[in-house]
Design a protein around this ligand. Sequence first.
Ligand code: NAG
Ligand code: NAG
Ligand code: NAG
Ligand code: NAG
Ligand code: NAG
Ligand code: NAG
Ligand code: NAG
Ligand code: NAG
Length: 264
Amino acid sequence: MKLLEALWSIILSTFTASGSVHSRIIVLNTISQFPVPIVFLWRKSIGSSVWRSRKETLSCMITLPTSRKYCAKASKSFHGNQTDELALLAFKSQITYDPLQIFNTWNSTLHFCKWHGVTCGRKHQRVVELNLESHDLVGSLSPHISNLSFLHTINLQNNSFHGEIPPDVGLLFRLRHFEMGNNSFTGEIPSNLSCCCNLITINIGYNKLSGMVPKEIGSLQKLKTLLLLENNLTGRIPDSLGNLSSLELLRLSFNNLDGRIPIV
Ligand SMILES: *[C@@H]1O[C@H](CO)[C@@H](O)[C@H](O)[C@H]1NC(C)=O
Ligand SMILES: *[C@@H]1O[C@H](CO)[C@@H](O)[C@H](O)[C@H]1NC(C)=O
Ligand SMILES: *[C@@H]1O[C@H](CO)[C@@H](O)[C@H](O)[C@H]1NC(C)=O
Ligand SMILES: *[C@@H]1O[C@H](CO)[C@@H](O)[C@H](O)[C@H]1NC(C)=O
Ligand SMILES: *[C@@H]1O[C@H](CO)[C@@H](O)[C@H](O)[C@H]1NC(C)=O
Ligand SMILES: *[C@@H]1O[C@H](CO)[C@@H](O)[C@H](O)[C@H]1NC(C)=O
Ligand SMILES: *[C@@H]1O[C@H](CO)[C@@H](O)[C@H](O)[C@H]1NC(C)=O
Ligand SMILES: *[C@@H]1O[C@H](CO)[C@@H](O)[C@H](O)[C@H]1NC(C)=O
């Protein structure tokens, strides 16, 4: 699989570098032992990029009718900079093992924007990125991270987070990169993730997630990478994935999925 992955990333970079050709690479493997790579390549009309930039100026709620049902509860109340600190402390409180002792720096003697792994926006002192990849952390993911309303990247890859992915992440409407690969998350993929209409990356591969792939994921118009491999997902691959018009990389291998591959 490693070799295959390397091969596809080379192909992917070749085509994305060549400008005029829009590449779509889908690596699907529903039968565990035999990787079945399928490559789709096609040109995109110039018109579609104009349409996309127009769409970006509209709110997700308007452009994505399917998200209205799930995302109606997104809070509109203003959260001040204190909220970010409280949310980070709530996140810290759910960490049970921190061998590198990074959370020692997460104390009030230091502004939270300087805490290890935290990046704030330049204009406002609001958290835009939380990156604690490969820190040997054990714990669960606090639902209070949903109060980090300016967050665009959360990367907790390659740790030992367990428990469920809280559906509250659906409130993070500015989220672009959701990197949770190689942890021990259980439960289902929250369909609310589809409320984060600016998502470009969803990496929740190498976990213990079960249940079905939520069909709502298919409404994420900007999604380029969807990694669900190495979980315990079951059921049909939803047809709605065929609607992911920005998708470049999809990996579903090592699950128990069935049905047909969506027509794109
Ligand atoms: C929060 O914002 C206020 C005013 O914008 C500022 O005075 C205060 O220092 C900020 N607090 C933190 C913790 O960033
Ligand atoms: C997150 O925001 C909600 C609503 O404003 C509030 O009730 C909750 O206490 C906040 N959580 C934290 C950890 O600040
Ligand atoms: C708080 O963080 C500072 C800066 O990283 C560190 O020097 C200090 O030891 C920490 N305090 C406690 C009580 O852990
Ligand atoms: C994952 O984290 C471990 C330490 O826990 C590290 O040894 C390994 O290199 C990391 N893997 C990747 C792919 O970053
Ligand atoms: C996953 O994490 C474990 C340790 O937590 C590490 O040994 C392993 O290399 C990681 N795998 C990947 C694919 O990053
Ligand atoms: C998540 O979606 C469920 C419906 O699937 C809904 O009941 C819940 O209120 C949503 N939560 C958030 C935080 O958006
Ligand atoms: C996968 O899920 C099924 C139920 O859907 C369960 O019986 C099985 O133990 C799970 N396997 C793993 C490896 O978690
Ligand atoms: C794909 O999108 C079209 C247009 O938005 C919609 O009519 C259709 O139901 C979607 N297909 C699926 C399978 O979600």
